[in-house]
Design a protein around this ligand. Structure first.
Ligand code: MGD
Ligand code: MGD
Ligand code: MO
Length: 822
């Protein structure tokens, strides 16, 4: 309560922006809201931060970061370009051949981007016809509406919730478990350290900055990745990195980065990079463990009091079980880190207080469970888990984790599930022996190999025979691996429906496309700061929905009305009564802690500030007393050896972490004779995945001859006659793409990178057609991490790169479909 504070003047100098609640209400109640919104400053938020937008003559003219955001991102420059993008979906569209032949359409033309404009009524008729057909011809097992992703911020309009709730009112469907972000971590860490860890609040940065002697960024680039957050982002995490930089300069903290590249963070902090060959962190970690064992520098007491299974692990490290001692000499040729450096690292890790901060992308590779498990083992051997500024964390690069939580609660989301007791129209729960829930990254496997039984986390999954897919708030034709394999799968489907605001590659592989509006064309509210829980932010509509687009709420509300479920869907509320309702729920939750104003007052203010929270140490209670505060593992202790996993008897995930060779790997690994370069597909510096790729202004700040850049080392470039700025062909046996070379010393030899989210843009519908813009998932490998997590292995990917000869085909990614008149 003492920290309660209204931010006066959030909309300072903008009386026009302070639209009275009564007027907004009137606008929402009228059928077309056109012309009701006033010009002036308005406040809203996004994954890229909160901001104010100036609107004149009904058009967004200027975007300025929110006052509380001290570290705004350049991505805000993409907001206008995304609203007014040439790639906006303007009207409901139907694929030409699907319009003619329905579910028996010729699917070999899929991807040729030829579409017919239809009315909303026609689009709804087709959608409902197909849903009815799939439920009657097959059953709920044939419908997949489970994929999720980075739908826009805002708790009410959360678009995937709208789609899934509406579809659930019609019939049942297949769902997914896990996510692409941390799929392997979420499954392995509960066995090892008792919780998924990745999305939990971490030790507060201020305590780390006070207490740590050394910070290790392991596969971690927070300066780049803290630019976006799950809720409207505060960028407070970036503020802490600035403080860290000062501490490093004063020599109070040492930081190192273990990475195949010099990250944005390492460059900013001016710290040492220990280059490691891609996918070989486990050998490096094993050798460090070996060194600690040989030197007896590990914390035997901590291991005894807080963990189980060190004996089994030690036998493996020392070579007792496989006759291969995991010495630095053994590791060097695999991981590329010189043995002297490995020994030095073992010394650094066992001197003073050491905080290890893991990034996520090393678990997005084959056997992605292993580096995570092994990292926990190292941290256990160091013995500092639960100390302020010591131990291990798995999320300090994400959504400003490590900013103390205010203790305030944000608003709930629009409910995903239909009201209790409301049965779907097709009330059939018979999945024909197939699994109702599949591991998130295995949906293409399901289409290609229906009925196949796979292992998953100690159980079995029978892949369902999917025929129809409904997509909203995610872009599978960006996020999934191996585009040519996806094409083959999509040839087997009967109907794909997508709701989006941008004509992204997923639209191009869909049969029916509904135009949603952007988040800036509707009113909403959200938590400000995912983990900081800094406050509640109003997201005031900036402009009315463009063209014929509608909010996701409106889209699925009308769908529900057409299937006779309007009341069940809306619960009798309209947009503003929902916002009011969600806000009131939030106000009730915070009673006694924060006195929040009523909704109309809040809406006018634009923001309610919960203030800053108190510092906190993760795992401190466990360290304090592991019997009273056990971990969630079977033993309550850290499990260096897991009996449970050992009992699953998987070939690719054993009872303790081990090094396993990958299906393909650079630096002398399998396949590297033909494809010597490891292709990273890290998260983009100037996008959120595929979002904002449609913004021409922002795109032009990083593209090379209009293509997505591929970053590569000078030696690799020279050997291939490639100069900075050249167009190149990036390829392997799975596919080929055109990208623009950026030669950079920040990438070690044999390592290249194309950021994920570049819009896939094949020349034509053929399988194997070259991608003209540069989506790395054109060439990535589509296999599960292991029988345990079955998640995405995008970083197990090797390629060759050569100069593009002759004229390159035009980029086909942007500007929407080829509209065909019928
Ligand atoms: N090779 C490779 N692949 C990867 C990764 C990698 O590292 N390498 N990373 C993986 C990870 S961690 C993730 S999280 C995924 C991300 O994958 P996605 O979440 O699928 O990626 P986005 O591009 O954010 O897709 C969000 C889509 O939702 C749409 N959208 C946003 N707001 C709204 C809205 O209000 N209404 C509607 N209808 N649509 C909306 C956007 O236009 C966009 O098309 O990618 C994964 N794929
Ligand atoms: N700007 C921006 N920020 C984002 C996102 C975005 O799209 N854009 N997406 C958000 C989302 S959904 C997620 S899941 C997170 C992703 O967070 P992460 O998955 O952690 O992010 P990446 O940047 O892909 O990878 C981090 C680092 O891992 C390194 N790396 C790759 N392979 C290896 C390896 O084998 N060994 C070692 N040691 N290092 C390796 C890369 O070089 C890179 O520096 O980011 C979030 N933040
Ligand atoms: Mo992610």
């Amino acid at each position: 309560m003492k920290r309660r504070r209204f931010l006066q003047g959030i909309l300072a100098g903008s009386s026009a922006g302070m639209l009275p609640f009564s007027m907004i209400k009137a606008a929402e109640d009228s059928d077309d809201g056109n012309g009701i919104l006033d010009d002036g400053w308005r406040v809203t938020g996004s994954h890229f931060g909160a901001f104010k937008a100036y609107r004149a003559n009904g058009v967004v003219k200027e975007v300025r970061p929110f006052e509380l955001d001290r570290n705004p991102t350049e991505m805000l420059k993409g907001i206008q370009g995304s609203i007014y993008s040439a790639s906006r979906i303007r009207y409901p569209m139907v694929r030409l051949d699907f319009l003619k032949n329905g579910y028996k359409s010729d699917r070999s033309t899929l991807g040729d981007n030829r579409y017919v404009r239809v009315t909303w009524q026609e689009a709804y008729n087709l959608l409902i016809r197909e849903l009815n057909r799939v439920q009657t011809m097959y059953g709920p097992w044939a419908l997949y509406a489970g994929q999720t992703g980075w739908r826009a911020t805002g708790q009410f309009h959360s678009c995937t919730n709208h789609m899934q709730r509406a579809i659930a009112l019609h019939g049942n469907y297949v769902r997914k478990i896990g996510d692409y972000s941390t799929g392997a971590a979420q499954v392995i860490l509960p066995y090892v350290i008792g919780s998924t860890e990745v999305y939990s609040q971490g030790t507060s940065w201020n305590l780390i900055l006070e207490n740590a002697n050394t910070i290790v960024f392991w596969a971690n680039d927070p300066l780049k990745n803290l630019q976006v957050g799950w809720n409207c982002e505060t960028h407070s995490g970036i503020g802490y990195l600035k403080q860290l930089k000062a501490k490093i300069q004063e020599k109070k903290i040492r930081a190192i980065s273990i990475d195949p590249t010099v990250t944005k963070t390492a460059a900013f902090l001016g710290i040492e990079t220990v280059y490691v060959n891609p996918q070989t962190d486990v050998p490096l970690m094993l050798a460090i463990a070996h060194e600690m064992i040989v030197n007896k520098s590990y914390d035997a007491e901590f291991i005894r009091g807080y963990s189980l299974g060190f004996k089994e692990f030690k036998a493996y490290v020392m070579g007792d079980t496989d006759k291969t001692p995991k010495t630095p000499e053994w590791a060097e040729p695999i991981c590329g880190v010189p043995k002297a450096k490995i020994r030095e690292l073992a010394g650094i890790l066992t001197t003073g207080q050491v905080q290890i901060m893991m990034g996520w992308c090393i678990q997005r590779q084959q056997h992605g469970e292993q580096p995570y498990w092994m990292a926990v083992v190292l941290a256990t051997m160091i013995g500092q888990i639960g100390l302020p500024g010591g131990g291990i964390s798995f999320g300090h690069h994400y959504s400003s984790i490590g900013t103390p939580s205010s203790g305030g609660s944000g608003p709930n989301a629009f409910p995903l599930n239909p009201p209790e007791g409301v049965e779907p129209i097709f009330d059939n729960d018979d999945f024909n022996g197939y699994s109702k829930v599949i591991p998130v990254a295995r949906w293409i496997d399901a289409i290609l190999e229906p009925g196949k039984v796979i292992n998953y986390n100690g159980g079995k999954v029978t892949l369902p025979d999917l025929k129809m897919i409904v997509i909203s708030g995610n872009n599978p034709w960006h996020h999934h691996q191996d585009k040519n394999r996806m094409k083959k799968a999509f040839h087997k489907l009967e109907c794909v429906v997508t709701v989006d605001y941008a004509w992204n590659p997923t639209c191009r592989f869909s049969d029916i496309v509904f135009p949603a509006c952007t988040q800036f064309e509707r009113h909403d509210l959200d938590l400000y700061g995912s983990y900081a829980q800094r406050g509640v932010l109003a997201m005031q509509k900036l402009v009315e929905p463009l063209f014929e687009s509608r909010s996701d709420w409106d889209i699925w509300r009308e769908f529900s009305a057409r299937i006779g479920r309007h009341q069940e869907y809306t619960m009798g509320r309209d947009e503003f009564t929902w916002l009011n309702h969600l806000y009131d729920g939030c106000r009730t939750k915070n009673k006694g802690k924060f006195e929040m104003p009523d909704f109309p007052t809040f809406w006018q203010q634009g923001f309610f500030d919960f203030g800053e929270g108190k510092p906190w140490v993760r795992h401190a209670e466990f360290r304090d007393d592991p019997e009273i505060h056990p971990l969630g593992t079977p033993s309550g202790l850290i499990e260096i050896y897991s009996r449970k996993i050992a009992r699953y008897d998987y070939s690719n995930c054993k009872g303790h972490p081990v090094w396993m060779e990958k299906e393909e790997r650079s630096h002398g690994g399998p396949g590297s004779d033909r494809f010597p370069i490891a292709l990273q597909s890290c998260h983009p510096n100037k996008r959120l995945h595929s979002q904002l790729c449609d913004s021409k202004e922002l795109r032009e700040t990083y593209t090379v001859q209009g293509r997505e850049p591929v970053y590569m080392n000078a030696k690799d470039a020279k050997k291939r006659g490639i100069n900075d700025g050249d167009l190149v062909r990036v390829f392997n046996d799975r596919g080929e793409l055109i990208a623009g070379a950026r030669v950079s010393e920040r990438y070690s030899p044999g390592v290249a990178r194309i950021h994920e989210g570049a819009w896939y843009a094949p020349v034509n519908a053929e399988i194997g057609s070259v991608d003209t813009y540069g989506d790395p998932n054109t060439v990535t490998l589509d296999i599960g991490t292991s029988d345990l997590a079955q998640c995405c292995s995008a970083f197990t990917c090797i390629v060759e790169i050569e100069k593009w000869r002759g004229t390159a085909p035009k980029v086909t990614a942007f500007g929407g479909p080829k509209v065909v008149e019928v």
